[in-house]
Design a protein around this ligand. Structure first.
Ligand code: KG4
Ligand code: ZN
Length: 336
């Protein structure tokens, strides 16, 4: 089963050709970072227009790199939510157009499920039950997969942020420190030259269950810098990153312990963070669990994860009707 997948939920125009939900034949990601950088964040209208001008070229590039022709494609998939409505509409309309013209099924994919499935793309030997820490610009979730007698394709929501997403905290603090956009990679670079123990920033909701809070940490960075205007921004970045990773790893570990999970996985853009990748691997090993840490390119937005998820969902639910709408606030399918 060869699937052409399209992802346009935020600021990457991406297309991929994936065989049997596992074998990535091509994965093309065209980033709009340069378009949004001068605004310090993603501008929805700019994103939608850029997707519209890029999507056909990106699809053609993915098809060419895979050596695929239209009659090789068995289904066409696209992210239908969550995300920016104008951006979602571009990728979804394109995918429906290809599906209609090529007379193959269309599959609408949940972007969050895509990030969850990315953890298993390169390592198909699923170890269940698993806890997945999904940390992106828009979401911070602890998700249980394969727990109890949960139906395949349903997930448990074990914890979530009560305010900012982890990636959003990176982006806001980076902007405040003048480090640029997107914030995650900028903080990571600045932090490399700093001391992570220099400043004891707060760990939100530590020891208080599985929910997260990052807005206090962000305020605390702003307050601290106001009091210490000459402080090194490398130390601030390193101490901030340490605080975020500390709390992410502690809660993922607690969730795995509480649910008897055999594996811990990470996904979403923040899972590209080197410190988080190290710490989660160490923590899993220390607790006798398997760690799934996807390649960086599979953590940030891409269409290969959409193709993998589409294959799985097509087998479970069948095709998505061509009149299915996009849903900017789509949630994960929850167990029970
Ligand atoms: O999953 P993603 O590409 O898009 C969303 O679905 O949101 O995640 C983007 C987020 C941004 O907030 C970005 O700053 C963060 O992931 N990010 C990182 C790193 N790379 C990207 N955060 C920390 N460290 C990184 N290396
Ligand atoms: Zn994402």
């Amino acid at each position: 089963m060869r699937i052409l997948a399209i992802e346009t939920s935020c600021d990457e125009t991406a297309a991929a050709v994936v065989d049997d939900g596992r074998h990535i034949r091509s994965s093309v990601v065209s980033s709009q970072i340069d378009l949004h950088a001068r605004f310090g964040g993603v501008v929805p209208e700019v994103a939608g227009r850029a997707h519209a001008s890029m999507v056909v070229a990106v699809v053609e590039e993915a098809m060419a790199r895979a050596g695929a022709r239209r009659h090789d494609i068995d289904a066409v998939a696209a992210t239908i939510g969550p995300g920016l409505i104008g951006s979602l509409l571009v990728g979804t309309s394109a995918a429906k157009g290809y599906a209609l013209a090529w007379e193959v099924p269309f599959v609408g994919v949940n972007h969050l499920e895509g990030h969850l499935q990315a953890a298993f793309l390169e390592d198909p030997d699923l170890v269940l039950p698993a806890v997945i820490l999904l940390v992106s610009g828009g979401h911070t979730l602890l998700v249980g997969m394969g727990m109890g007698d949960d139906a395949p394709g349903s997930y448990r929501l074990l914890g979530q942020t009560i305010d900012d997403a982890a990636g959003e905290a990176f982006d806001k603090v980076a902007r405040f420190l003048g480090l640029g956009y997107p914030g995650g990679p900028a903080i990571e670079v600045a932090a490399a030259a700093g001391d992570p123990q220099a400043i004891a920033f707060p760990r939100g909701l530590q020891g208080q269950g599985l929910d997260f809070s990052f807005s206090g940490l962000k305020t605390s960075v702003v307050t601290w810098v106001a009091k210490h205007p000459d402080a090194s921004s490398a130390d601030v970045a390193a101490s901030f990153q340490e605080a975020v990773v500390d709390v992410l790893v502690a809660k993922a570990r607690e969730a795995a312990e509480a649910t008897g999970a055999r594996a811990i996985c990470i996904g979403g853009g923040v899972a590209a963070n080197t410190l988080l990748r190290h710490r989660i691997t160490e923590a899993a090993a220390a607790d006798g669990r398997v760690a799934f840490v996807p390649a960086r390119a599979m953590c940030t937005d891409n269409a290969a994860m959409v193709g993998a998820t589409a294959w799985y969902r097509l087998a479970l639910d069948g095709p998505t009707p061509l009149d299915a709408p996009v849903d900017p606030a789509l949630r994960l399918p929850l167990a029970r």
